[in-house]
Design a protein around this ligand. Structure first.
Ligand SMILES: C[S@@+](CC[C@H](N)C(=O)[O-])C[C@H]1O[C@@H](n2cnc3c(N)ncnc32)[C@H](O)[C@@H]1O
Length: 243
């Protein structure tokens, strides 16, 4: 199951999507942290840390941070783990990786997409994805890959921003992420690339499959106790366990 349909005004075929997304994040990488920091009013790190601790991340665990980007999930995780030495970051974009490497000197980095990762079977205690599931080629297939690399009893935690179901919430969400956020991203950075990255962020959120489909894909991939915990109908935490 693809997380969203082809966005024909950006790329013509599904196979062109990874290349399109890679250049978008390569070119926007230097602006990602300031823009995200501003857009979520500086709460992002605290929320990422709190969510990982709340869902069972503990010192001593091996963590695989998939689609690590500039390392925001991993930096927050290292504060829970007490170190970054047991963290492995997976990310396809050179630009995003370059920023992440500077922040996490003890972590291991793998340049790869999430769909097929050069990671041994049953080696990870905890797997995270922060705001990236919309970019995966296929949800069920990618979740099978997550299931493969987790140890029995290992957990997956996927954070995502979701368009609310109600009309007013959905309208406010669109106003903020579709118009206000890209506008201020451009104003703050003076970069068209940063604005484009945030417009794409919005377009993929707008067209993303609904939460029930994400939970079904986790179940179809073999996970147990797959569920979504939502705050304000917007901040989704998808969690599941490998039996
Ligand atoms: C919005 S950023 C999220 C970064 C970080 N996880 C965070 O919490 O801020 C999305 C990231 O997903 C990465 N990405 C895009 N396609 C991917 C894929 N197929 N597999 C893994 N990561 C991908 C992008 O390069 C980008 O760094």
């Amino acid at each position: 199951m693809t997380p969203h349909p082809v966005l024909a005004h950006r790329y013509a075929q599904p196979e062109e999507r990874p290349g399109y997304v890679k250049q978008l994040f390569d070119q926007g990488a230097e602006h990602y942290d300031p823009v995200v920091g501003w857009g979520f009013f500086g709460t992002g790190n605290l929320y990422r840390k709190y969510a990982q601790a709340r869902h069972g991340l503990k010192p001593g665990m091996n963590l695989l941070d998939v689609a690590c980007g500039t390392g925001l999930m991993s930096v927050a995780a290292s504060q829970v783990l007490g170190s970054d030495k047991t963290i492995t970051c997976v990310e396809p974009s050179d630009g995003m990786l370059a920023v992440a490497r500077k922040k996490l000197p003890g972590a291991t980095f793998i340049q790869s997409g999430a769909e097929k990762m050069p990671v041994e079977d049953s080696t990870q205690d905890f797997l995270t994805v922060g705001y990236a599931l919309r970019h995966f080629a296929d949800l069920t297939g990618t979740f099978r890959e997550f299931h493969r690399v987790l140890k029995p009893g290992g957990r997956v935690l996927i954070l995502e921003a979701t368009r609310p179901a109600g009309k007013i919430g959905s309208w406010l969400f669109k106003l903020y992420f579709g118009i206000v956020y890209p506008f201020f991203a451009r104003l703050l950075t003076r970069s068209k690339k940063a604005e484009e990255m945030m417009v794409y962020f919005w377009e993929t959120m707008d067209t993303c499959v609904r939460p029930e489909a994400v939970v079904s894909a986790l179940k179809a991939a073999g996970f147990q106790d797959a569920r979504r915990i939502a705050t304000l109908g917007v901040f989704s935490e998808y969690v599941a366990v490998k039996a």
